[in-house]
Design a protein around this ligand. Structure first.
Ligand SMILES: [Zn+2]
Ligand SMILES: [Zn+2]
Length: 164
């Protein structure tokens, strides 16, 4: 199976879902002998690099599915993951390449500031680093984007944000 670059939704088995979300692949050692577990993990890691960063969306209805990472066919409840950061962060505005966070409005070119769901200020470059390039599951989701009119500082990197 070759991963399509246009594909953003992936179904994972519970073992791979646990590995992706918790960075814990010890279940592979439990189900396979050590050599096989190493080989499978190497293959999974290569596939993950190809796909990009995955974040959890929810669960699919039970049925048969092929796990996008280990490739095994499973019967049961698949965990659905996405590489689209806007699925879990509705406030993120991306450029047309779908992976660069917008720093300025499309029309008028006004500087943008992002707010998470607790109204913490996050600058576009922190959104890029923490939510798109490296998903940190502990981060609060980005809820909205606004034109920045005042003296605003990023709550993550403490840098001033450009004002309109
Ligand atoms: Zn799997
Ligand atoms: Zn910042």
């Amino acid at each position: 199976m070759t991963a399509q670059t246009t594909q953003t939704s992936f179904l994972l088995c519970s073992t791979c879902a646990c590995g992706v979300s918790n960075d814990d692949w010890s279940a592979l050692d439990y189900h396979h002998d050590p050599e096989d577990a190493d080989r499978i993990l190497a293959s999974i890691t290569a596939t993950m690099e190809l796909i990009g960063w995955l974040s959890h969306v929810g669960q699919q209805d039970p049925g048969y599915y092929d796990c996008a990472l280990c490739g095994d066919t499973h019967c049961g409840t698949a965990e659905e993951y996405t590489t689209d950061p806007t699925v879990n962060n509705p406030g993120i505005v991306l450029m047309s390449d779908n992976k660069t966070v917008r720093s300025y409005t499309n029309v008028g070119c006004y500087p943008l500031v992002y707010l998470d769901d607790q109204d913490n200020v996050v600058c576009p470059s922190c959104v890029q680093t923490d939510y798109v390039d490296n998903l940190n599951e502990l981060d609060r989701p980005i809820a909205s984007a606004h034109i920045n009119y005042g003296d605003t500082y990023c709550d993550q990197c403490s840098q001033p944000i450009e004002s309109a």
